[in-house]
Ligand binder design. Structure first.
Ligand SMILES: Cc1cc2nc3c(=O)[nH]c(=O)nc-3n(C[C@H](O)[C@H](O)[C@H](O)COP(=O)(O)OP(=O)(O)OC[C@H]3O[C@@H](n4cnc5c(N)ncnc54)[C@H](O)[C@@H]3O)c2cc1C
Ligand code: SF4
Length: 533
């Protein structure tokens, strides 16, 4: 066998796993359906960038239709699933808001009597958070009062900026939590990253190499260590052997030819939609592979998102970045039953962008358009003078929210696409409404002359979690606490699909820490590991 481990997906979870295994001498092959990001298209200095960015750096695979994308039917979903299919995965276009989960996020069942506890604690994951923060060049400030004390990020925080200072002062007056926000944005030259230029296009692509994206932070070293990365290699199914082990994958290469990749162990790092899609397409059973629990694809969590924008007299120069977040607040993160819902949300204070963004659904909400009479004055009123709280709401795992196979819509290689069925629960609705109302209070206390609470924005499914749930009981979970499929002992899932609950945080910090921990557990147990010979 040429490779010890096959990894599907070259986003952060795949990249972290590949690099760490290669450091220990494993022969690793990674199959990635997309390409390397083409930063020559990150023409942020050009006036037409806000227009071309939608084409070149869009978030919705159904609109983008790049060669590495696959269709995702969202007609029965309240939220559109967003992703970047290529080397670096979602980090290429992410906002780089880098949030650890809170200790309570690992103990939701114990604390709130709902959903499930994680088979690990915050303390178990803490050393891995510290290490991935060094690897991704995270900026921030240690000892956030909302968290247990400990080592913080390696780089100083991004500047609070005039908006951050104003809102922070308001929170001091209100007695509400705030802290300089953690971001995967280099505030000075660091490793292979360059210092941030504050251009604020993080959500399209960083032209300056300042954003901690896996194509920059992990892939160069992984390739030096001998990892073989094949791009434009779309896995269509896993190879299941007569003994029940997985022997690798069948994939379609850039020329449209079917190929086989064989390896002793296979790791899926294809995200909360791509991983269940692949499991449901594999094996002889109509239920797919590794699915004796029936849970593959179920419990999809995407974090309902709220935006509340404050418009101020003061000119914040709010088109400048980072975007990213200046400060965050965890004031209302924990459950308070008197509010009529469980769990909570993290708020991140962000810029609102240039003239084009003043007219867009994100962050203002489609119903708050300003076209027509008074357009110029309205743009002038918002542009530079606004700042927004982005609210990441925890949604609870529900089996009816799920990923299924769509045999009608197929990708460019003829592989069936995915369909997501997802409805906002009553708990989520109440949670978002409560948080939006508090965020409005925050901005009014900071002196906003107007506050726009955006009606629900659909295109906000940045976080794809929960669809191969991790747990100790094979009857109710797909993978164990090592990320190993209960049903197939040489098949692993190392991406956000394994999350038992969603937390109310941007997830990449925890996805990264978990991937590193899983990789090291695989290394530790290598001698007992069953492999496909
Ligand atoms: C616009 C946007 C903004 C975001 N902002 C933030 C943020 O501020 N903070 C934060 O924490 N998170 C953010 N996220 C989420 C973040 O990008 C993801 O959490 C993270 O990238 C997940 O990492 P992953 O490696 O598990 O999956 P991904 O990054 O999605 O990578 C999976 C890879 O697998 C590949 N793949 C899938 N199926 C196959 C197949 N069949 N064959 C071959 N390859 C396959 C895909 O092409 C992809 O490259 C954002 C996401 C988006 C889209
Ligand atoms: S604000 Fe900084 S991190 Fe964001 S795109 Fe600009 S240079 Fe890159």
């Amino acid at each position: 066998m040429e490779h010890d481990v096959l990894i599907v997906g070259a986003g952060p979870s795949g990249a972290i796993t590949a690099k760490r295994l290669a450091e220990e001498g494993f022969r690793v092959l990674v199959l990635e359906q997309g390409d390397w990001p083409d930063y020559s298209k990150a023409t942020v200095h050009r006036e037409d960038f806000p227009l071309t960015a939608g084409r070149d750096w869009g978030w919705d695979p159904n609109l983008r239709q790049a060669p590495g994308d696959y269709p995702i039917d969202d007609t029965e979903s309240d939220i559109t699933a967003l992703m970047w299919n290529g080397v670096g995965g979602g980090t290429v276009v992410y906002a780089a808001q880098w949030q650890r989960n809170m200790p309570s996020d690992f103990r939701v069942k114990t604390l709130d009597g709902i959903a499930d506890d994680w088979p690990m604690t915050y303390e178990d994951l803490e050393p891995y958070y510290v290490r991935v923060e060094r690897d991704f060049g995270i900026s921030g400030l240690a000892n956030d009062t909302a968290f247990p004390p400990g080592e913080g990020p390696p780089l100083p925080p991004v500047p609070l900026g005039p908006a951050g200072r104003r809102v922070a002062k308001a929170h001091n007056d209100l007695g509400w939590h705030w802290w300089p926000a953690p971001n995967a944005i280099a505030t000075r030259d660091y490793g292979g990253l360059h210092a941030c230029q504050q251009v604020g296009t993080c959500l399209q692509a960083c032209a300056y190499g300042a954003k901690g994206t896996a194509d920059l932070t992990h892939w160069p070293r992984a390739l030096e260590l001998g990892v073989e990365l094949r791009t434009r290699a779309r896995v269509r199914e896993l190879i299941v052997r007569p003994d029940g082990l997985v022997g690798g994958a069948r994939y379609i290469d850039a020329d449209g030819n079917e190929q086989e990749a064989r390896a002793g162990v296979t790791v899926l790092a294809a995200n909360g939609v791509g991983t269940p899609r692949l499991l449901l397409l594999s094996g002889d059973s109509p239920d797919g592979l590794a699915n004796s629990s029936g849970m593959v694809g179920k419990r999809l969590m995407m974090h309902p998102f709220g935006t509340v924008v404050g418009v101020f007299d003061e000119d914040f120069r709010a088109w400048q970045g980072p975007w990213g977040q200046f400060i965050h607040s965890l004031e209302f993160y924990e459950t308070d039953e008197s509010r009529g819902f469980v769990r909570g949300a993290k708020w991140g204070l962000q810029p609102t962008g240039g003239p084009f963004s003043m007219t867009s659904a994100y962050p203002w909400g489609a119903e708050n358009e300003i076209w027509g009479e008074g357009f110029q004055d309205a743009v002038r009123g918002r542009l530079g003078h606004s700042t927004m709280w982005g609210i990441i709401a925890e949604d609870l795992p529900e089996e009816s929210n799920r990923v299924v196979i769509d045999r009608v819509n197929r990708d460019a290689d003829g592989v069936p696409g995915a369909k997501i069925e997802y409805r906002l629960s009553e708990n989520s609705r109440r949670l978002v409404e409560f948080h939006q109302a508090r965020a409005k209070e925050s901005l009014l206390a900071a002196g906003a002359r107007d506050v726009v609470v955006a009606p629900f924005i659909r295109s906000t499914g940045w976080h794809l979690l929960g669809t191969t749930v991790m747990g100790t009981d094979p009857a109710t979970s797909v993978v164990d606490a090592q990320g190993r499929c209960h049903d197939v002992p040489n098949l692993y899932v190392f991406d956000g699909s394994v999350w038992p609950t969603s937390a109310g945080m941007n997830p990449t910090a925890t996805i990264a820490a978990l991937a590193l921990r899983f990789a090291e557990q695989l290394i530790e147990t290598r001698r007992e590991q069953k492999v496909a010979a």
